[in-house]
Design a protein around this ligand. Structure first.
Ligand SMILES: [Ca+2]
Ligand SMILES: [Ca+2]
Length: 162
């Protein structure tokens, strides 16, 4: 079974989500990594390289470079209809946010550690806040680092996930 846009619905049954996930998890390790997500996002859903790259990071909430079943499940159930891809202005903002994020991700880990976070906050003019508290609040997945998804949640700019 191939995934299509019709699967992105809040009422998609659990068993259907599981079967799509398993279909793309070709090495059967219980996670979707880069090449497996490419099959879904680019080959089957027709996203461009750039779109697929951004989507991967938005879906990878905890930033471990794998899409877990839980992350995948949240995405399909979010009822998203890829509006951001059809809205040039929105996609442009998303790219801009991503380039800010990467600018402070100086070790290219796709996450901001506490120090990188503080540099970013200073850049955005938040130097007077309690950095430890703000960092803890933004670190939703409690991994000790901020992922792009957490950054987007903070900006209240998460078009992909609920
Ligand atoms: Ca896999
Ligand atoms: Ca993940």
């Amino acid at each position: 079974m191939q995934a299509g846009f019709s699967y992105f619905d809040k009422s998609t049954p659990e068993v259907a989500i599981r079967s799509i996930f398993d279909r793309y998890d070709t090495d059967k390790k219980g996670k979707l990594q880069d090449n497996e997500m490419q099959n879904l996002l680019q080959k089957d859903l027709g996203l461009s390289d750039e779109q697929a790259e951004i989507y991967f990071r938005l879906l990878d909430k905890n930033g471990d470079h794998n899409i877990s079943f839980e992350e995948f499940h949240d995405w399909l159930r979010s009822g998203e209809h890829f509006e951001v891809l059809n809205d040039e202005e929105k996609f442009h903002s998303l790219l801009k946010a991503f380039s800010y994020f990467k600018q402070f991700d100086t070790d290219n880990s796709d996450k901001l550690d506490r120090e990188q976070f503080e540099r970013m906050m200073n850049y955005f003019g938040y130097s007077a806040i309690n950095m430890d508290e703000a960092f803890a609040n933004m670190d939703k997945c409690k991994t000790g680092a901020l992922t792009f998804w957490e950054f987007m949640v903070w900006l209240k700019w998460v078009p992909v996930l609920n």
